[in-house]
Design a protein around this ligand. Structure first.
Ligand code: NAD
Length: 337
């Protein structure tokens, strides 16, 4: 066989535990001989006027050029007068869908052992449009923007995902009884797309009822698609069903086939720098990046090594009730490889 070509991918180690778990990914990729060359980018400490954020134009260009990347968590200082890094990435790269698979891990016991669902979150607008202002003293206003274009785009992605991944049902999650115009338009777009996929069952579930159903019996759900804020909340809820934020990966999908994988969790300042973080979420995100690149062989090997290490139970990080450090756990995965 011919020598495998090296693929360039952008890596943002990020803040807090980011560099520790990014190191883990680099080691696992090295051990598995993944043909990827990382282009590392760090978040600066000065606002780049071209992006109006601490992310430089060069960093964004790197993702645009490579079309594929992995990002660690980025801390967002509350109310500091510059654009959130994550928002900047999502907006500038048009990362319109955030795909978050969530499944029970074999050998790691939680209240549920049959979780197997995918949340697909609209990622560019809704409650996170970043349009907030003071009307008068003591009164502020935040605009929730829902557009036909972005709603159709994410609905289309959800149904296409369901179809190509052997899934049977798509549930649109909403609060259209109260948010009649915004969530109403979101649902209308989902219905339009559903008509093009008669083989996929389509249903609509009100967000509060969805939360109740999820904690009562998560096996009721398959693929869920929803506006931005609901997706943010529901995916953390789902992480809790299977053992916490240390475990759940995600992938941001952008226009023109850009994929930027990242963990669902944040920078975990409470455990940063202590060699305690669970790198599983970022590792599984890197696996989804490999699948996006059609490197299924490497993806399978790495995923098996992670799941087997957790199932074996000898090496687990503190969030899973173990005593292993990030580096010990990573080494155990590499030994499995
Ligand atoms: P968080 O996800 O960082 O932490 C929540 C809890 O989960 C903490 O107790 C933390 O220790 C634990 N945790 C998270 N990841 C873990 C891991 N891999 N292993 C073990 N334990 C883990 O949420 P937060 O504290 O609300 O946010 C901290 C910062 O991260 C904030 O600045 C926030 O804006 C940012 N954030 C960034 C992203 C992102 O970059 N996509 C996402 C969420 C939050």
């Amino acid at each position: 066989s011919s020598a495998t070509e090296t693929i360039r991918a952008t890596l943002f180690p990020g803040d807090g535990i980011g560099p520790e778990i990014a190191e883990s990914v680099k080691q696992v990729f090295k051990t598995a001989e993944v043909p990827i060359e990382w282009e590392e980018h760090y978040v600066g400490d000065q606002v780049d006027p071209r992006t109006q954020s601490f992310l430089t134009w060069e960093s964004l260009e790197s993702v645009r050029r490579n079309r594929v990347g992995l990002k660690g968590p980025m801390a967002t200082p509350i109310g500091k007068g510059h654009r959130s890094l994550n928002l900047t990435l999502r907006k500038e790269l048009n990362l319109y869908a955030n795909v978050r698979p969530c499944y029970s891990l074999p050998g790691y016991k939680t209240r549920y052992d049959d979780v197997n669902l995918i949340t697909i979150r609209e990622n560019t607008e809704g409650e996170y449009s970043g349009l907030e202002h003071q009307v008068v003293r003591g009164v502020v206003e935040s605009l929730k923007i829902i557009t036909r274009q972005a709603s159709l785009r994410v609905a289309e992605y959800a149904f296409h995902y369901a179809k190509t991944h052997g899934r049977e049902r798509v549930s649109a999650i909403h609060k259209a009884n109260i948010m009649q115009k915004t969530d109403g338009l979101f649902l209308k777009c989902c219905r339009e797309v559903a008509e093009k996929y008669p083989e996929i069952t389509y249903e609509e579930v009100v967000i509060d009822n969805c939360c109740m159903m999820l904690v009562k019996n998560p096996a009721l759900f398959d693929v869920l698609v929803m506006p931005n804020l609901y997706g943010d909340i529901i995916s953390d809820l789902c992480a809790g069903l299977i053992g916490g934020l240390g475990l759940t990966p995600s992938c941001n999908i952008g226009e023109g086939g850009i994929a930027l994988a990242e963990a669902v969790h944040g920078s975990a300042p409470d455990i940063a720098g202590k060699n305690m973080a669970n790198p599983t979420a970022l590792l599984l995100s890197s696996v989804s990046m490999l699948r996006h690149l059609n490197l299924h062989d490497k993806a399978d090997r790495i995923q098996d090594a992670i799941l087997n290490t957790i199932a074996e139970g000898k090496y687990r990080t503190a969030d899973l009730g173990g005593t292993s450090t990030t580096t010990d756990f990573t080494k155990a995965i590499c030994d499995h490889l």
